[in-house]
Design a protein around this ligand. Structure first.
Ligand code: CS2
Length: 490
C-alpha cells in the first residue's frame, strides 16, 4: 500500500475523489489507534470529499507500531466495513504521522502551529491521568510527575496539551479547540479540568489564558473496531490486490455526537453524518452505560465461560439473556433517553451489533483496562439504583465477574493475561487473600480510583458482591447467570 501501488488497487476499493497531496492539515490527532482510523478519519475523509479542506496530522503518544505501518504507506490505508459483503475504502485524510516519545518537541510544535485549529483525541481512558471520582488530575500519576519536572519533554496527554498552549500563548498564535473522543462521561469538561489542574501545579499565568482561549467540547463516539488480525490483512489483500499493514475492520454502524463549541472553526462534520448538539451528556451516558456497560459484562462473563469472541457469548442464550435483562431492567431505568434514541430500539440494535459474527471482537480485548472503565460503565448505574432502591443484582454479578477475571485464573485453572494499569494490585489481592471472598471484596472496594466512597462503605453492597463472587467461583460464570435468570423470574 502506498501512492505507488494505487494503480494496482482493485476497482472495488472506493477511493478519494479529492487530491490528497495538496490538502492542509487543520486537525492534529493524538492517539492514532484502530478506532480513530475506522471512525474519526472516515468522517474527515467524507468532509474532504465534500471540498472542506481539513486533513489530519496524527501522533501516537506511546508505541511506534502504527507509525511504522503507516509511514511506508504514505499514511494511506483501507477500511473494511462488514464481512461477506464487505466494502473496502481507501482513506487519505491522515496526512502525516509521528511518534511523540521519539520527539515530543515535534508534537508540541505541530499542535502550536497557526494551521492547527482543532485537536482530536483518542488515547483511551487511562491516557487522561484523572481521578475518576474527584474528576480532577491525578497529580501523583508518574507521567504527570515526569512532565512537571521535564516540561520540554512531556509524555502525558495533559502535559503535551499544556506545552502546546504555552507555545501558542508565547508566540501569539491564538487558541484552538480540543475535542476528546474517548469513552468517558463529560470527556471535554474532564479534560479541561485536568489541563487547568496541571496549569495550577505548574504555576504561572497560563491557566487563565487556557480558560479564555481553548475550548473543550465533549463528544460521544461509537463504532465497534476489533483489533486487525494477520488473517484480515491476507483476506483484504486477496480482494484489493494490495497488502495493507494498517488495515482496519469495522461494522456498518457509526455514530458521532459532538458538542457544537468550536470558536476557532471546525470541519463540516455534519455533512458526514455527525450530530452537532448543544449538550452531549445524555448521549454519552446512554452509550457508556448501555453499550459499554453491556460490552464489559459480556467480556468478563464470556471470557470466564470460555468464549473468545463477543458474538459467541451472544450465541449463548443464557449469557445474552442475562445481559439483555440487565440492560432493560437495571440500566435503562436510570439512564437518560436522548432525543432520537428510544431505549427499547437502542438496546435491540446494540444486541444485534454484538451478535455480528464478522466482527471477531475478542472478549479479552474489551476486558482490558477494566479499572478505568468500571466506574462509568457499571458503577454509575449501580449507584443510582441503590439511591432509588431499584434493581441492580445483575450489575453486581458483572462487577463480581470483573473481580473474578482480574484475580487472574480462569475456570479451568489457567492464567489470564490481565492487561490493566492496576494488574499489580490485583495480583497482590490474589496472593494475599487466597479463597477468602470477604477479604477479596474488601480489598477491591478499598481501591478508591475504582469505587467511590459511598459504594466502598456500603456493607450491603459488599455482601452482595461477596455472595456473587462465591457463586462465580463455585458454579462458574454461565451457571451463575442461569441461576440469576431463574431466581429473578420466580
Ligand atoms: C469496548 C469499546 O473495548 C471496549 O472497551 O467496549 O471499545 C467499544 O467497542 C466502543 O466504545 C464502541 O463504540
Amino acid at each position: 500500500m502506498g501512492r505507488a501501488s494505487l494503480a494496482a488497487l482493485d476497482a472495488r476499493v472506493s477511493r478519494p475523489a479529492y487530491d490528497f497531496t495538496t490538502v492542509g492539515a487543520g486537525i492534529v490527532h493524538l492517539g492514532v489507534g484502530a478506532f480513530m482510523r475506522a471512525h474519526l478519519a472516515v468522517y474527515c475523509d467524507d468532509v474532504l470529499q465534500s471540498g472542506d479542506n481539513w486533513a489530519i496530522a496524527g501522533f501516537s503518544l506511546r508505541r511506534p507500531d502504527v507509525c511504522r505501518q503507516l509511514e511506508p504507506q504514505d499514511c494511506l490505508y483501507t477500511v473494511r466495513v462488514g464481512a461477506e459483503t464487505s466494502v473496502y475504502r481507501l482513506i487519505a485524510a491522515l496526512r502525516s504521522i509521528g511518534v511523540t516519545p521519539e520527539d515530543p518537541g515535534a508534537t508540541v510544535d505541530c499542535l502550536a502551529s497557526p494551521a492547527t485549529r482543532v485537536v482530536t483525541i483518542t488515547v483511551t481512558e487511562k491516557g487522561y491521568c484523572i481521578d475518576p471520582h474527584r474528576g480532577g488530575l491525578a497529580a501523583e500519576h508518574p507521567d504527570i510527575v515526569h512532565d512537571l519536572a521535564h516540561p520540554a519533554k512531556p509524555r502525558s496527554l495533559v502535559g503535551i496539551l499544556y506545552a502546546a498552549c504555552r507555545q501558542r500563548r508565547d508566540r501569539h498564535t491564538g487558541g484552538f479547540t480540543v475535542l476528546s473522543c474517548d469513552n468517558l462521561p463529560s470527556n471535554g469538561a474532564l479534560l479541561r479540568r485536568a489541563v487547568l489542574d496541571y496549569a495550577a501545579l505548574a504555576g504561572g499565568e497560563l491557566g487563565g489564558w487556557i480558560e479564555r482561549n481553548v475550548a473543550f467540547p465533549s463528544s460521544m463516539i461509537d463504532r465497534i473496531v476489533p483489533a486487525t488480525t494477520p488473517e484480515d490483512i491476507a483476506n483484504a489483500a486477496a480482494v484489493t490486490g494490495v497488502v495493507d499493514e494498517a488495515l482496519v475492520c469495522t461494522e456498518p454502524f457509526t455514530q458521532w455526537v459532538i458538542e457544537d463549541n468550536f470558536p476557532h472553526g471546525r470541519p463540516r462534520w455534519e455533512d458526514a453524518g455527525a450530530l452537532l448538539v448543544p449538550d452531549v451528556a445524555p448521549y454519552e451516558a446512554a452509550k457508556l452505560r448501555l453499550l459499554n456497560g453491556a460490552h464489559s459484562t459480556l467480556a468478563y462473563l464470556g471470557y470466564l465461560a470460555g468464549y473468545p469472541y463477543v458474538h459467541e457469548v451472544m450465541g449463548d442464550p443464557v449469557l445474552s439473556g442475562f445481559v439483555e435483562r440487565m440492560m432493560v431492567r437495571e440500566i435503562s431505568p436510570v439512564t437518560p433517553e436522548p432525543e432520537g434514541m428510544e431505549h427499547g430500539d437502542y438496546i435491540a440494535e446494540l444486541l444485534q451489533r454484538f451478535r455480528n459474527p464478522s466482527l471477531q471482537h475478542r472478549t479479552w480485548q474489551i476486558a482490558m483496562d477494566g479499572s478505568q472503565k468500571l466506574p462509568q460503565r457499571l458503577l454509575a448505574s449501580i449507584r443510582e439504583q441503590r439511591k432509588a432502591g431499584g434493581l441492580h443484582d445483575g450489575l453486581c454479578v458483572a462487577v463480581a465477574a470483573w473481580m473474578r477475571y482480574v484475580l487472574g485464573t480462569d475456570e479451568q485453572g489457567g492464567r489470564i493475561d490481565v492487561s490493566d494499569p492496576l494488574a499489580g494490585t490485583f495480583a497482590r489481592i490474589d496472593s494475599d487473600c487466597g479463597d477468602d471472598d470477604a477479604a477479596i471484596v474488601a480489598r477491591f472496594l478499598a481501591i478508591d480510583s475504582v469505587f467511590p466512597a459511598d459504594l466502598a462503605g456500603d456493607t450491603a453492597f459488599a455482601a452482595t458482591l461477596q455472595q456473587r463472587l462465591a457463586e462465580l467461583r463455585q458454579f462458574g460464570a454461565r451457571e451463575t447467570a442461569r441461576r440469576f435468570l431463574e431466581n429473578e423470574t420466580t
